[in-house]
Structure formats: C-alpha cells, structure tokens
Design a protein around this ligand. Structure first.
Ligand code: HEM
Length: 190
C-alpha cells in the first residue's frame, strides 16, 4: 500500500506538488526520444554497411526532434515555473538535483546542435536518405570542413557520454527517493 510507505512528514502541506500536465508530457516525450537517440548513436559504427544510413536517419531525426522539444519545453518552463520541492528535501539533495537537471537541459540543446553541425561539416546534410523524419530535406548550408567535423565529433561523443552519466544520476535520484527516503517524489512527474 503506497499510503503506508509515505512518511508522516510528506503528508498534508508537506506533500509533493505535482508538475502540470504539459510539463509531464514534455518530460515523457523527451524520455521516449532519448531512448531512441542515445543508444542508436553508439550503435551506428557496429551495424552492417547496408543498415548504416537507416541508423543515421533514425538517430538524427530523433536527436533533432529532441532539440525542438527541448526549446518548446524551456519556453513553457520560463512561463510556468516547476512546483517547489517539498520542505523536507535537504539542501544538498536539492543542490544535486538542480545541478543534474540544469546540466541536462543545457545538453538537450547543445548535443543536437553539435550533431547537426557535425554532419554538415562532414558533408552529410540532413537530406536524401537522412532527411529529417524521412521527408524534410534540409538545404546544404556549408562546404565540408574536415578539422571542424572532427572537433565537433569529439565534442558530440563527450556530450553523449556526459548525458548518459547524468541520466544514471537522475535515475539514481529517483530510486533513492522511492526506495530509501520513500517520499514518493516520483509521483510529481506521473
Ligand atoms: C540529444 C540528442 C543526441 C544525443 C543524446 C546523441 C548522442 C550520440 C551518441 C552517444 C553518439 C555515439 C558517440 C560514440 O561514438 O561514442 C552519437 C553519434 C552520432 N550522432 Fe548523435 N546525438 C544526438 C543528436 C544528434 C543529431 C541531431 C545529429 C545530426 C543531425 C547527430 C549525429 C550523430 C552522428 C552522425 C553520429 C555518429 C558519429 C560517428 O561515429 O561518426 N546526433 N550521438
């Protein structure tokens, strides 16, 4: 019984206030897109040559959609600040959670931009087989620049693994709140 697990201090005025419905949708759509973009990126180099383009297309379309969703999400958040954490959450935990969330937001913008610029710098704009969502052909807006492409690729790889590490921390926080503190903070987002 969930009720029995909630400590006394999280009830009544101390109970966690939920996020609003659009904020929840933004969160779970981001999770779904990330579940595609993040694993497919590293997989590209391991798949057969004849499948590579399909993997590039999937990764790039999911990644670019993440950028659009992140921009819309941040615009929404600016006008609709998230509900405050309940008073019982200690300061170090608040600090850690805010740090992870803010860095993830920054990378949700930066990582797709790096990826998009990288493919263009390598000379593979999102058109033809890698058109956005399979049918939106972006114009080619730059000539290939080898050194820039390599630099962007390194930054994109670092960005990808940093996101993966932050997601582990984020999920660790969820497990900690649910299993150890038992304060049901997860319910704010469902
Ligand atoms: C938030 C969105 C994104 C995430 C989390 C992400 C993550 C990753 C990761 C983890 C890798 C593998 C790195 C490695 O080899 O260790 C990768 C590779 C790649 N990504 Fe992304 N990516 C995103 C968006 C994009 C976008 C929008 C594009 C292009 C439009 C893109 C283009 C590529 C390409 C071309 C590769 C293969 C690089 C190579 O091995 O040559 N990515 N991505």
């Amino acid at each position: 019984m969930a009720e029995a697990r909630i400590p006394e201090r999280t009830r009544g005025p101390e109970a966690a206030t939920p996020y609003n419905t659009p904020a929840k949708w933004f969160h779970w759509v981001t999770v779904a897109l990330m579940a595609v973009a993040l694993p497919v990126g590293p997989l590209i180099k391991f798949v057969r040559d004849e499948d590579k383009m399909a993997f590039y297309a999937l990764h790039e379309s999911a990644g670019l959609t993440l950028l659009f969703v992140a921009i819309a999400r941040l615009a929404w958040r600016l006008r609709h600040p998230p509900p405050p954490l309940p008073a019982h959450v200690p300061r170090p935990l608040r600090f850690a959670a805010n740090g992870v969330h803010n860095t993830l937001y920054a990378l949700l913008i930066l990582q797709p931009v790096l990826g998009f610029l990288m493919t263009n710098a390598f000379g593979f704009p999102m058109r033809g087989e890698t058109a956005y969502l399979g049918f939106i052909h972006f114009p080619k807006f730059m000539e290939p620049v080898e050194w820039l492409a390599e630099w962007l690729k390194t930054a994109h790889i670092i960005g990808g693994w940093t996101i993966a590490a932050l997601l582990v921390a984020h999920l660790g926080g969820v497990v900690y709140h649910q299993a150890i503190r038992r304060d049901d903070l997860l319910l704010r987002m469902v």
